[in-house]
Design a binder for this molecule. Sequence first.
Ligand SMILES: Cc1ncc(COP(=O)(O)O)c(C=O)c1O
Length: 440
Amino acid sequence: MNELNKSKKLYEKAKKYIAGGVSSQIRILEHSEVPLFIKKAKGSKIWDVDGNEYIDYIQGMGPNIFGHSPEFLNKSVSEDIKKGMVYAAQFDKEIDVAKKALSILGVKDWTVRFASSGTEIDQLLIRLMRGYTKRQMFIKFEGHYHGGLDSINYSVHPDLEYAGNEDSPIPVPESEGMDLMTQENIIIARWNDLEHLKKIFEKYSDRIAGVLMEPVLANTNCIIPDKSYMKSVKKLCEENGSLLAFDEVITGFRILKGSAIKFFGVEPDIATFAKSFAGGFPIAMLAGSRKIMDLVGEGKVYHGGSFNSNVASIAAANISLEKMLKDEGFFESLEQKGRVLIDGIQKISKDLNSDIHVQGLGSVFSISFTDKDHIKDWRDHFNFCNEKKYKIFCEIMFKKGIRLSSNGRVHLSTSHSLEDIEETLKKIKLSLIELKNYNF
Ligand SMILES: Cc1ncc(COP(=O)(O)O)c(C=O)c1O
């Protein structure tokens, strides 16, 4: 299995013209000898140029909620783009998309704005928090990711040697070349610890524009916080005149009930969405209560973009949301399918006395290797999860035709069948047995 000669040749060629041979840094971390070159992808499967077939749990890092290249979506997009691609003007379908999205979120008197990527919509969110509150500082948690731009790219997965002590974490830039002036207005906090957050509010109180978080921490072990934590954070924000902001780029239109807003029953002031709701097409959405969003509407908080609500993305979002609304129990059945996989992994783990560990929801969960029952934040992950072991596990799985992501996150799609899951579980068992030959 896994002759990769053609991928190897293409990688050498790519390196001549594309920096590092890849167009997004995470792709270098494919669990193969070289970054994979893909020939085609359909449903739950992906094929490389050497003809190897994989069950794909990366699924574009989340957008492919219906799997690769769903027919119904392709059809709708190809029909609409016959009428144009980018109008630099409005059209009625974008109103439909806004209505459908808001109805799934179940919020009242909210409005939205569209863009193309999670990164850019999170920038708009930060600007709006500041514009609305007239405050500059905001809270960002360790282990959370909100795109790679300078205003926010701190302490995503920091080495704790440089991250300060537990009580007062310091911002660690994730890249060279960043504008380090931006860190002056970012307060880095540990997540999932209310007392810690209270102390920060005591210290900075009326200077904090808002608290931004991934409500289910998809970028670190898919950690689900207590409902009471979420409610208390909201109360803290209200008491201090700060906004609560959810980054639902991963969770939105994927997790049980369709959003973290509904899942926790906690309504933030503003939230961002992307990935899943256009089934693989580039889209993003900022949503929030009308009185806050009016600042964007009036142009006081600037937002623009040539590709915002382009015809293809809006067609894809419209048909995707329609499917989610029409298929009763859409999110529940995705969740249940993922549960079969999670339960299977946990059973194998018990049978083999393995430290493979699963955390999260059925539709999106995380695999790691740890002796801890529960990973509660980034510091827990850093101290207790064996990343080297996970990497080797993925390499073994890859050779058996299962494609896992380098950050541990597993994305279920409606196209993953129970047969796919059974096959995956068989291979997990074999891989864990093989893993016993390694010393860590
Ligand atoms: C929670 C979260 N926010 C924002 C982003 C950035 O989204 P994009 O890659 O579409 O720019 C990501 C990307 O994975 C994400 O996971």
